[in-house]
Write a new protein. Structure first.
Length: 556
C-alpha cells in the first residue's frame, strides 16, 4: 500500500510519524499516563472489547499517593499467588524453562546494575508506541543500533517488541483482569512492562520465572520496590491460567469475536476478513493465524542487475514461489546484505511485486508506446521494479508522490533508472494524458499488511475507511483521465476490505464505462486468487500480504 496522496488528511499524521521515528526520543517520562496509545480493541460504540469495561476512567498521575496505596493493596492481596513462583506459566511443560540470560539479567538488576538490554529495548519500543504513536518498525532498528544489540539479543528484543505490539488487545484484557482495574487506570510506564511480561508468559516459550523476574527487575530499576510489587502480583495472576484458559474466560461468545480475541485482532478487522473470504469464511482462523505470525523477509532482485537465483545464492535465501524476482529470507537485517547495499536488490513483499508485474502483463488495445505511470508511488518499491523493466525495454516511468520527504524516498529507490519523480497530488498531477499503463496502488487501511506493521491493527478504525474510500475513488478517476484509449489501469490495495476493493472497482466500471479484465490471468502460475474478475492474495494461501488487484481497460 502506498500512502499520502491527500494533502492535509489523516495520512499527514502518518507521514509526520515517519519523519520523526528515525531519531526516537528515548526519554523516560514516568509521569505520563497515556495508558492505551491505540491499544484497545474498539467496537463501533467505542467500547473496549478487550477488557469488557467502559473506556476512559479518570487516571491518577504516576507517583500519586492513592495509586501507590492501590498498588500496595493489590500486591498484598496476591501474596499467595506470588508464593507459587516455582510454577511454569499457564501450566506449560517443564522443558520451557527460563533462558539463562533472563535469570542473569534479573540478578544484575537486583544488584543495581542495568536491566537486561533486550527487554529494555522492547520496553522502550512499547513506550514509544504508546506515548508518541510511534511506528515500532522504525523505532526498533534505531534502538538496536544505538545500544549495540545484535545476534540473539537483537532477535529477542525484536520478538518481544513486535509480538507485544501485535497482541495488545489480548494482553490488555489479561492485565485488566489480573489488576482488578481497567488499563486506563494503570500508569503508562507500568503498563508497558506488564504488556511485555504477559506476552512472555502467554505467547512465548520463555519460562515463567524469567518472564516475571525480569519484568519486576525492569520496574524496580526505574520506579522502586512498591511498583515492582504491583507488577509482580499482576504477572503472577496472569500466569495462573494457560492461554487457552484466558481465551475461554475473556473472549466474546460469538465465533468471529472469539477468533479475533484469540489471535489478537480487533473484531471489526476479523469481520472484514470474513466478509472478503465470502463462501470460504471457514478459513478465517487460518488468515488470523498467518497474520499473527512473524513473516519472512521478501527481497526483490532488480531486473537487469541480478537474478533471483543469484540473489538467493548470495544471501542464503530461497527463491520465491510466484514472482520471478522474489527471494525469501528467514530473518536478519537485510540492510546489511551487499546486494541491497549496492542497489541490486531491495526489500519488497512478493505480493507487491506481483501487482507491478500484472500491470506490465495486461493486454493493451494497440501498441505499447512506453509511457507508464505510477500514480501513488511512495515509498518507491513498485516504481523501482517498473523502472528496471522499463529500462530494459527502452521505456520511461513517471512516478507521482505528494509528500516531499516520501518523494525523496522514491528518488533514492529509482536512482539510475528511467523514472521521473513528480511531487504532486495524484488527483491533480498536471501530467499530460496518453499513458499506456497506469498503476493506482491506492492509500488504504493496510489491513492486508498487518503482519508487517505490528501496532497498526490497534490504530485503524472503521471510521478511517470512509475517507479512504473517497480518496481511492478520486485517484482511480484521475488515472482514467490520464489513460489513453486502449490503455490499462491496475488498481490495487494492500487490503482485502470489500469497500476498498471490489466496491471501488464496481463503481468505476459503472461510472467510467471501463472494461474489467480477468486479473487472475495476469498472475501466471499463482493459484487460488478468488472467483474473479479481480484477484485477491492472502498470507495463509500465498505467503504474501493480502493484496487486491483489478485491471481496467479503456475502450477505444
Amino acid at each position: 500500500m502506498t500512502r499520502g496522496n491527500r494533502p492535509g488528511d489523516g495520512n499527514a499524521r502518518d507521514r509526520r510519524r515517519e519523519e520523526r521515528e528515525s531519531a526516537p526520543n528515548r526519554s523516560a517520562e514516568a509521569g505520563r499516563a497515556r495508558a492505551q496509545g491505540g491499544g484497545r480493541q474498539q467496537d463501533g460504540a467505542g467500547r473496549s472489547q478487550a477488557t469488557g469495561r467502559r473506556s476512559g476512567g479518570g487516571r491518577a498521575e504516576a507517583g500519586g499517593g492513592d495509586r501507590d496505596r492501590d498498588e500496595r493493596r493489590t500486591a498484598t492481596g496476591r501474596r499467595s499467588a506470588a508464593s507459587r513462583s516455582d510454577r511454569s506459566a499457564g501450566g506449560r511443560p517443564a522443558a520451557q524453562t527460563a533462558p539463562r540470560q533472563g535469570a542473569k539479567a534479573a540478578g544484575r538488576a537486583h544488584r543495581g546494575e542495568p536491566a537486561d538490554p533486550p527487554r529494555s529495548v522492547a520496553r522502550d519500543v512499547l513506550r514509544a508506541v504508546r506515548e508518541r504513536d510511534a511506528y515500532a518498525n522504525l523505532v526498533l532498528p534505531a534502538l538496536l543500533r544505538e545500544r549495540g544489540l545484535s545476534g540473539r539479543d537483537a532477535a529477542l528484543a525484536t520478538e518481544l517488541a513486535y509480538g507485544a505490539c501485535r497482541s495488545l488487545g489480548l494482553l490488555d484484557a489479561v492485565i485488566a483482569e489480573g489488576a482488578g482495574r481497567s488499563i486506563e487506570e494503570i500508569d503508562g510506564p507500568l503498563l508497558d512492562v506488564l504488556r511485555l511480561g504477559v506476552y512472555q508468559l502467554l505467547r512465548t516459550r520463555i519460562g515463567a520465572h524469567a518472564a516475571v523476574d525480569t519484568s519486576v527487575a525492569l520496574t524496580r530499576a526505574e520506579f522502586g520496590a512498591g511498583k515492582a510489587g504491583f507488577v509482580n502480583a499482576v504477572l503472577r495472576r496472569a500466569g495462573e491460567k494457560t492461554p487457552e484458559q484466558w481465551v475461554d474466560a475473556l473472549a466474546p461468545a460469538d465465533p468471529v469475536g472469539r477468533l479475533a480475541f484469540e489471535y489478537a485482532h480487533p473484531t471489526w478487522i476479523a469481520q472484514a476478513f470474513a466478509d472478503a473470504l465470502g463462501a470460504r469464511a471457514t478459513e478465517l482462523r487460518d488468515v488470523l493465524a498467518a497474520d499473527d505470525a512473524r513473516p519472512l523477509v521478501h527481497l526483490v532482485a532488480r531486473p537487469g542487475d541480478i537474478t533471483a537465483e543469484e540473489l538467493a545464492l548470495v544471501t542464503g535465501g530461497e527463491e520465491g514461489r510466484w514472482s520471478p524476482y522474489a527471494v525469501y529470507l528467514d530473518g536478519g537485517d537485510p540492510g546489511k546484505l551487499e546486494p541491497v547495499r549496492e542497489g541490486m536488490a531491495a526489500v519488497q513483499d512478493e505480493g507487491s511485486q506481483l501487482v507491478a508485474l500484472a500491470l506490465l502483463g495486461a493486454p493493451l488495445d494497440g501498441p505499447d508506446t512506453g509511457r507508464w505511470l505510477d500514480l501513488c508511488a511512495g515509498p518507491g518499491g513498485k516504481a523501482a521494479l517498473l523502472g528496471a523493466i522499463a529500462g530494459i525495454d527502452g521505456f520511461r516511468v513517471d512516478a507521482v508522490e505528494p509528500a516531499a520527504h516520501r518523494a525523496e524516498l522514491v528518488r533514492k529507490a529509482v536512482r539510475d533508472l528511467p523514472v521521473d519523480v513528480h511531487v504532486a497530488d495524484g488527483r491533480a498531477s498536471g501530467l499530460a494524458p496518453g499513458y499506456d499503463r497506469i498503476l493506482v496502488d491506492a492509500p488504504c487501511t493496510g489491513l492486508g499488511a498487518l503482519r508487517r506493521r505490528p501496532e497498526a491493527r490497534w490504530r485503524r478504525t472503521q471510521e478511517d475507511v470512509r475517507d479512504l474510500v473517497v480518496l481511492q475513488r478520486e485517484l482511480l478517476t484521475a488515472a482514467w483521465g490520464l489513460l489513453r484509449p486502449g490503455g490499462v489501469v491496475v488498481y490495487s490495495t494492500c487490503s482485502p476490505h470489500l469497500p476498498e476493493t471490489v466496491s471501488i472497482v464496481a463503481d468505476a466500471v459503472r461510472r467510467l464505462g471501463a472494461e474489467q479484465l480477468d486479473t487472475r490471468e495476469l498472475l501466471p502460475g499463482v493459484t487460488d486468487t478468488g472467483d474473479g474478475p479481480g484477484a485477491q492474495l492472502w498470507p495463509h494461501r500465498h505467503g504474501t500480504d493480502a493484496m487486491f488487484l483489478a485491471a481496467l481497460r479503456k475502450p477505444r
